[in-house]
Ligand binder design. Structure first.
Ligand code: NDP
Ligand code: MG
Length: 389
């Protein structure tokens, strides 16, 4: 039996992970599950999977969690420190699926224990790529990407030499506003931005798909995880969302990963790696699909993509600034405080204000320096949004 823990268990990725685990209960010994506000789901899964401990991120809801777990034998805990402590419990495999920068610390703790980290939380690599890759190397721990594009690249690179890689292409569906005009995008509401044409995901990443901030995070994630130059990374709009990424080699070959838009594909690959096992996902009928389309993204409509390359050129803590400003701008948009296109304006302004002091390429990066930068960028984003409103 493999010991596993799932952080962000109540979310979209967490629930897909639990779906796979529950199909094969005798293979897994579940140690810790964490959630946020969805106490009922957290408790139900902790009971069903017979977890050792269930942790909610919200300290105010500890009594409630304790009450619903009464008599189950599952320990209850709450707060960010409790999540980190749960991540320190020794296991073989950890799913990192908390949304946002809050996912960084538990992932680092899991790597320090030498666990294999299935990394869905892209913000970890964006805010602290050097730190998280360095921690994995120091503790001889493995990171397996769960973001579908990065799982696809990883699979395309099996048995290959990075030196032979010329380029990496990640695809984007184009999100909710793929065919909208710039004028219409400026007036888009959070409700309109929260529906995705192909993928069923958490609300924040769905809105980030419409703005392509999600793809911008993924460009940074690609550079940090695979160690390529940012000039080697390309983005193509691919409305069908069936080709997740392509790796281009020096002999002109392109290796494409094709699969249904179902995250259990990438989660299952990370769960069973280095083996491949049967997964409960749709088998594609390519004859029925008929055609796959690709086009270049319009950088005017998606300024986030341009900003991603600027972040990689800046280096240092630019990723932490970018992500934190993006998270606050997204909060502002969801709260109807700023418009859809203003999210990128806020992020660009925060980067301009903070990069002279926070983007020295050889600056030391620790969890503290990342979190300090994150806090400062959130505060700065709030000030910028106040001026805009
Ligand atoms: P969801 O919003 O569906 O779930 C987020 C999870 O994190 C929930 O368990 C939530 O708890 C918990 N959570 C929220 N805030 C905090 C916090 N401050 N501290 C601790 N836990 C918290 O997100 P997704 O599952 O969609 O995404 C998770 C991560 O995976 C993100 O980084 C996303 O970018 C990435 N990802 C997601 C994909 C997808 O298909 N969904 C694809 C590729 C990457 P609760 O719900 O109980 O409040
Ligand atoms: Mg993705």
């Amino acid at each position: 039996m493999r010991k596993i823990s799932i952080f962000g268990a109540t979310g979209s990725i967490g629930q897909n992970t639990i779906d796979l685990i529950r199909r094969d209960p005798d293979s897994y010994d579940v140690v810790a599950l964490s959630g946020g506000q969805n106490i009922a789901q957290l408790a139900a899964d902790a009971r069903a999977l017979n977890a050792d401990i269930a942790v909610t991120a919200d300290e105010m809801r500890l009594d409630e969690l304790r009450a619903v777990l009464l008599g189950s034998g599952v320990e209850a805990a709450a707060g960010a420190a409790a999540i980190r402590e749960a991540a320190a419990r020794p296991v073989d495999w950890v799913m990192s699926a908390i949304v946002g920068a809050a996912g960084l610390a538990p992932g680092l703790v899991a790597l320090e224990q030498g666990a294999t980290l299935a990394l869905a939380n892209k913000e970890s690599l964006v805010t602290a790529g050097q730190l998280i890759m360095g921690t994995a190397a120091t503790h001889n721990a493995r990171i397996l990407p769960v973001d579908s594009e990065h799982s696809a690249i990883f699979q395309g690179l099996i048995g290959e030499d990075m030196a032979a890689v010329e380029r990496i292409i990640i695809t984007a569906s184009g999100g909710a506003f793929r065919d909208w005009t710039l004028e219409d995008m400026a007036r888009a509401t959070p409700e309109q931005a929260s529906s995705h044409p192909n993928w069923n995901m958490g609300q924040r990443i769905t809105v980030d798909s419409a703005s392509m901030f999600n793809k911008a995070l993924e460009v940074i994630e690609t550079k940090e995880f695979f160690g390529c130059a940012h000039e080697q990374i390309e983005v193509l709009v691919h409305p069908e969302s069936l080709v997740h990424a392509l790796v281009g080699f020096n002999d002109g070959a392109l290796m494409a990963h094709v699969g249904p838009p179902d995250m259990r594909h990438a989660i299952g690959f990370a769960l069973h790696w280095p083996e491949r096992k049967t997964l409960p996902v749709e088998r594609l009928d390519l004859a029925k699909i008929g055609a796959l389309h690709f086009r270049e993204p319009d950088l005017q409509r998606y300024p986030a993509l341009r900003l991603a390359h600027e972040v990689l050129e800046l280096g240092g803590h630019a990723g932490a600034i970018f992500n934190a400003a993006k998270e606050r701008a997204l909060d502002g948009f969801l709260a109807h405080r700023i418009g859809f296109l203003q999210m990128a304006e806020v992020v660009e302004e925060v980067l301009t204000l903070l990069s002279p002091s926070h983007c020295r390429k050889n600056a030391e990066m620790t969890l503290d320096t990342v979190m300090e930068t994150d806090h400062l960028a959130r505060k700065t984003a709030d000030q910028v949004m106040q001026k805009l409103a």
